[in-house]
Design a protein around this ligand. Structure first.
Ligand code: NDP
Length: 337
């Protein structure tokens, strides 16, 4: 019989945890998302090794959604397999999130923001992952055709029924976030966390959202902090085989790597090298410079990438001088390239 896997006993040594808004929940400064690389078309053992390594290095938070794969649902299924084989006995050390909001099944009840969709989807996610509850359940995107009270009411119900411990929102704008936070507060289930896109190449969240998060006491967990891998050295000399830009499963296409973008990346890479770190590491240090950001939510295709990204936590913080040099190569606050 195969030997039972045990996590490293040193997994919390040097761990960096940050408080999620004004809640009682601490999250790791770097969390791991399963949007890509953990689906039915990916090698299960590679994903399993990444998950084990992440937990061994103090990453206690894994982020999923109903539609992650591809194909949709397969990331939750694969995560459920790793829970069953390796991680189940650490359940109380893990923060596992899922979401509903994008198209998941045919017909009017498999998409957007109705109570019907959110609660049915959450039950499906729990079955796929083999879990009794998730730690965080998100509305994945705002739905202008559903009253905000209904969508937030479904999150509140998810928590009250014991299927989730906390409620979160993703991709909501600043005013929508204020409204959602008010409704959830009135329902007695405060909004724990917001998941926006944010990186050195996409500073949209600085156009008001981060201020709202600070004022409302909501934690920020930012997705695609490496701009899907653009903020690494891999695209400096063309598009390498196997990289996300070649796979056509996301919005990252080779056309986005214009000469102007590559020039920015080269300049940023020079600054990172002068600091003695990789560009990916500097990109993570940069998003984490803001205390309103609880966690940087990364993806990783293999253990080497995960290790490289987690080593960002060993680097010295960015000095004012570093920040000024970096700033010259970024879009303005509130804008994206
Ligand atoms: P990243 O910006 O971290 O991009 C990850 C990709 O970058 C990897 O798959 C890999 O791509 C490359 N990469 C990662 N680390 C390194 C490294 N150290 N050196 C070189 N290349 C590296 O994040 P994602 O876009 O993957 O998003 C992360 C998570 O955020 C998702 O899994 C999901 O949980 C969440 N998310 C949420 C969304 C929402 O709407 N709420 C939307 C999108 C993401 P390659 O294959 O090219 O090597």
């Amino acid at each position: 019989m195969a030997e039972r896997w045990a996590a490293s006993s040193g997994r919390y040594e040097g761990g960096r945890f940050r408080r999620c808004g004004r809640s009682g929940l601490m999250l790791p400064a770097i969390s791991l998302g399963l949007w890509q690389n953990f689906g039915g078309f990916d090698a299960h053992e590679t994903g399993r090794a990444v998950l084990r390594r992440a937990f061994d290095r103090g990453v206690t938070h894994f982020d999923l959604a109903n539609n992650y794969g591809p194909p949709p649902g397969s990331a939750e299924e694969n995560f459920g397999r790793v829970m069953a084989t390796d991680l189940h006995r650490y359940r109380d050390e893990l923060i596992i999130s899922t979401k509903a909001g994008y198209t998941m099944w045919p017909g009017p009840y498999g998409d957007k923001g109705s109570r019907k969709y959110l609660l049915a989807s959450l039950d499906q996610s729990l079955r796929r992952m083999g879990l009794d509850y998730v730690d965080i359940f998100y509305s994945h995107r705002p739905d202008p055709d559903t009253p905000m009270e209904e969508t937030m009411g479904a999150l509140d119900q998810a928590v009250r029924s014991g299927r989730a411990l906390y409620a979160g929102i993703s991709n909501y704008g600043p005013e929508q976030t204020r409204q959602a936070a008010r409704i959830l507060r009135e329902l007695g289930t405060p909004c724990l966390i917001h998941q926006p896109r944010y990186s050195m190449l996409d500073r949209t969240a600085e156009g008001g959202l981060l201020d709202v998060l600070g004022e409302e006491g909501i934690g920020g967990i930012v997705f695609s902090p490496l701009a899907q891998g653009m903020l690494s050295a891999k695209y400096l000399d063309g598009v390498p085989a196997g990289s996300r830009a070649t796979r056509a499963t996301t919005s990252l296409t080779p056309e986005r790597l214009t000469p102007a973008v590559v020039q920015r990346l080269r300049s940023l890479n020079d600054i990172a090298q002068a600091r003695g770190q990789s560009l990916a590491q500097m990109a993570l240090s940069w998003v984490l410079r803001d205390p309103r950001i609880t966690s940087a939510l990364i993806g990783a295709r293999n253990v080497a990438q995960l290790d490289d990204s987690l080593d960002a936590l060993n680097a010295p913080p960015l000095s004012d001088e570093d920040l000024q040099s970096i700033q010259q190569h970024l879009p303005p606050a509130g804008a994206a390239v």
